[in-house]
Write a protein that binds this ligand. Structure first.
Ligand code: THU
Length: 159
């Protein structure tokens, strides 16, 4: 038996002003994308802005349903939209911002496991890691690849 320790790397910022102009702009788009949230059941609005390798930006927001599991998180909404409309363009950066009853959360919302698995799939499909920025009003976290959010990714049917 040997004990292993896994470490993950991310950057933490305390305000958008500390970020590069490009990242700040994408975070503002994610904050704005919350407008598209349809969340009458949770009252938790999540916006996502996905920058593609060609510089275009697509937006998404969580969509809920009275039959709860039929809804979809902001992250998967935007990734599936990009996958369907820009199938050959790799992802560059995904920014996500959440608010509770309309107020931007101080600490960023962390993507659910299903969204992390979908991120892993697009990283694999395009053969290229992409950045993930989780935006809160007091803390912003930037990851440079999905692996740092989802260790031991399931990415192959072969073992
Ligand atoms: N949600 C997201 O859209 N993204 C996350 O990262 C966390 C949760 C949504 C799902 C549901 O509509 C609401 O937030 C409450 O869980």
């Amino acid at each position: 038996m040997s004990e292993k320790i896994l470490s993950i790397k991310y950057e933490e910022f305390s305000s958008l002003e500390e970020m590069s102009p490009e990242d700040k702009e994408l975070c503002l788009k994610a904050i704005d994308a919350r407008k598209g949230s349809y969340s009458p059941y949770s009252n938790f609005q999540v916006g996502a802005a996905l920058k593609l390798a060609d510089g275009s930006v697509v937006l998404g927001a969580n969509q809920e349903n009275v039959a709860y599991p039929s809804g979809l998180c902001a992250e998967r909404t935007v990734m599936f939209w990009a996958g369907a409309n820009y199938p050959d363009i790799a992802f560059d950066t995904l920014a996500v911002a959440a608010s509770d009853k309309g107020v931007l959360c101080e600490s960023p919302a962390s993507p659910c496991g299903a969204c992390r698995q979908v991120m892993a799939e697009y990283q694999k499909k395009h053969g290229k890691p992409f950045n993930i920025i989780l935006v809160g009003s007091k803390r912003i976290r930037k990851f440079s690849c999905v692996d740092d959010l989802l260790p031991f990714i399931f990415d192959s049917l072969k073992v």
